[in-house]
Design a protein around this ligand. Structure first.
Ligand SMILES: O=C(O)c1cc(=O)[nH]c(=O)n1[C@@H]1O[C@H](COP(=O)(O)O)[C@@H](O)[C@H]1O
Length: 317
């Protein structure tokens, strides 16, 4: 079976580790574009296309957080489906960030909804709280169609400590117990590069145990959120990589709102300028992660959060 995880590995080797997050809220879009569009949903679709076109040679993959589409109702879900189709037509890999988890029968319907038909994606995100019978129905699609998933293991949010860090009576932490199960699954679905069809979500906002997690889970490919807007930096993310591969690092707001951070005034901004800034932010991120991965012992943390930047991306738009 040719797993999507193998394809993702190859994209990382080719283009770097950036996963562009298409978490597109209408208020991230230049006001002139919102005024021109017939609806906020239409503006989101046009913005997504502009960002995809500007970053497709830099991004290993794209991630759509479905909440940003659901909140726009039916029109938003249409844009979600059309953005996925736009990526598919360009042979770009898509992660549907849906964080599902339910009993097996329901899970199999969720799996059909997101691995086939109008909402078809290459990967999904899953929540493991209900146990492995909520995960295995998705795995059938790995065997049949090469699909992949990232299961929440150690997340990027402050609340990760509420449950994920709980010490278990049997030893280890709760997130470690999730890792054990995922490593087992990965052994059964190992692809060409040794990674399982299903990987794990490990955030880069917490350095504690990052190197240990990476060493211990050598057959799990990681989806690494928390870069940029949540404070994670290139050298934090690099701790979760393995031999220059083994993970993609997601950034949503720091790419989608790069035009804002560059100091371009809302009156002057267009999709073209926003796309130019997004491209620049994604390229900087790619280079910073590559450098950090190459120098693991690495120099001082490169602050990426809220960095005031010159509007140099204007000239590239
Ligand atoms: O599964 C995820 O993608 C995810 C897991 C996690 O632990 N933390 C996390 O931020 N995410 C998602 O990653 C994205 C982060 O967005 P930014 O903080 O704007 O880069 C959002 O889509 C989150 O829903």
């Amino acid at each position: 079976m040719r797993y999507n995880m193998d394809r993702l590995y190859e994209r990382v080797a080719d283009k770097g580790h950036v996963c562009v997050g298409l978490d597109t809220a209408p208020d991230y879009i230049p006001p002139s574009e919102l005024r021109k569009a017939e609806s906020p949903a239409e503006a989101v679709l046009k913005y997504n296309r502009a960002i995809i076109d500007a970053t497709s040679d830099i991004a290993a993959c794209f991630k759509l957080q479905i909440a940003y589409y659901e909140e726009l109702g039916i029109a938003g879900l249409e844009v979600y489906a059309r953005t996925l189709a736009y990526l598919r037509e360009r042979d770009l890999l898509a992660i549907a960030d849906i964080k599902r988890g339910d009993i097996a029968d329901t899970a199999s319907r969720y799996a059909r909804a997101h691995f086939e038909g109008e909402f078809e994606a290459d990967f999904v995100t899953l929540a493991p709280y209900m146990g492995m019978d909520s995960i295995t129905p998705w795995l059938a699609y790995a065997e049949r169609r090469g699909k992949g998933a990232f299961v929440l293991m150690r997340t990027s949010n402050p609340g990760m400590r509420d449950f994920e860090y709980r010490e278990l009576a049997a030893g280890g932490r709760l997130y470690d117990a999730v890792g054990d199960k995922l490593a087992e699954l990965a052994r059964e679905s190992a692809g060409k590069y040794g990674y399982g069809a299903f990987g794990a979500v490990v955030g880069c906002t917490e350095r504690e145990e990052a190197s240990v997690i990476r060493r211990k889970r050598e057959n799990l490919f990681f989806l690494i959120p928390g870069y940029g807007a949540q404070g994670g930096a290139a050298d934090d993310a690099a701790l979760l990589l393995s031999n220059g591969n083994g993970g993609v690092v997601n950034a949503s707001r720091s790419i989608l709102k790069a035009w804002n951070a560059a100091g371009i005034s809302p009156e002057d901004a267009t999709n073209e300028t926003a796309a130019g800034c997004a491209r620049e932010a994604a390229a900087e991120m790619r280079d910073a992660i590559r450098t950090a991965a190459a120098h693991r012992a690495g120099p001082a943390k490169q602050a990426v959060q809220n960095q005031p930047k010159k509007a140099v991306c204007l000239s590239e738009a």
